[in-house]
Design a protein around this ligand. Structure first.
Ligand code: 1GP
Length: 249
């Protein structure tokens, strides 16, 4: 196990985590640094760097450097392809988009990227990525057969398949900016069968959203839009309050 996965796995033993998604296109260096500093102070556990299509390695490197010098959080690349890779980050979600119809996003891009990940010394974190309706932009760009919101058994199947394939984390994604998060019934059903950590993201904007997902068994919450739109405002603070409450502190 690598350093970042080790550290986060150890933290997960004490309760749920929160990851702050930063899009280098929407948040250039100084803005990204300010978000990361604030997120760290509020108890977020890592920065996921990525999110847009067509990001250059130079831009990723610039923002990753700004993040590393301003905050102590691990910087994990949330890739859209090989162009997202930079050695300035600590780790990369080595993720297969399990319900894509495009084989590139399931495995072929990974075949090209793996040697670069190794050469850069980036820690790969094997992850099964599952897009749930509405899926938003990632659903469209990712050419997914989105898991319908009521299809809990299908979601269980995808998540278990990820676990049985040896992936370390499963990520249920409603899509950035989704009008509502992944349904709590689906989170609960997946949690019931899964033995590896469950990440949930997309459309989490309030403390109540966070509370419901945490009660259903989500172990890592990812938020992006709430900080891009409101900075370190009430929505973000309330979400972090709920995560900290679940950790018992
Ligand atoms: C997107 O799940 C993340 O990949 C975050 O979504 O921007 O809606 O918080 P939001």
């Amino acid at each position: 196990m690598g350093k970042v996965l080790d550290r986060l796995t150890e933290r997960l033993a004490h309760g749920p985590l929160h990851f702050t998604l930063i899009d280098p296109d929407k948040s250039p260096g100084p803005k990204a640094a300010a978000i990361a500093r604030g997120a760290e102070a509020l108890g977020s556990d890592a920065v996921l760097l990525g999110g847009s299509t067509g990001i250059s390695p130079e831009k990723m490197a610039e923002v990753a450097r700004a993040l590393k010098t301003s905050a102590g959080l691990p910087v994990i690349i949330f890739p859209e392809g090989e162009g997202s890779l930079t050695r300035e980050a600590d780790a990369v979600l080595f993720m297969s988009l399990l319900n894509s119809r495009n084989l590139d996003l399931v495995i072929r891009a990974h075949v090209k990227a793996a040697p670069a990940v190794r050469a850069m010394g980036l820690e790969p974190i094997p992850l099964g990525y599952i897009v749930v309706a509405p899926g938003m932009r990632v659903g469209a760009v990712g050419e997914v057969d989105a898991v319908p919101r009521e299809a809990t058994r299908l979601a269980q199947g995808y998540a278990l398949a990820a676990e049985f394939l040896g992936m370390r984390w499963v990520y249920l994604e409603a899509g950035s900016g989704a009008p509502a998060p992944v349904p709590v019934e689906m989170v609960r059903a997946v949690r019931e069968v899964l033995s590896i950590p469950l990440i949930v993201g997309g459309g989490i904007r309030t403390g109540l959203d966070a509370r419901r997902l945490l009660d259903a068994g989500a172990q890592i919450l990812v938020t992006g839009t709430v900080t891009e739109e409101e900075g370190l405002g009430n929505g973000f603070r309330a979400i972090l309050d709920e995560v900290r409450r679940s950790r018992g502190r």
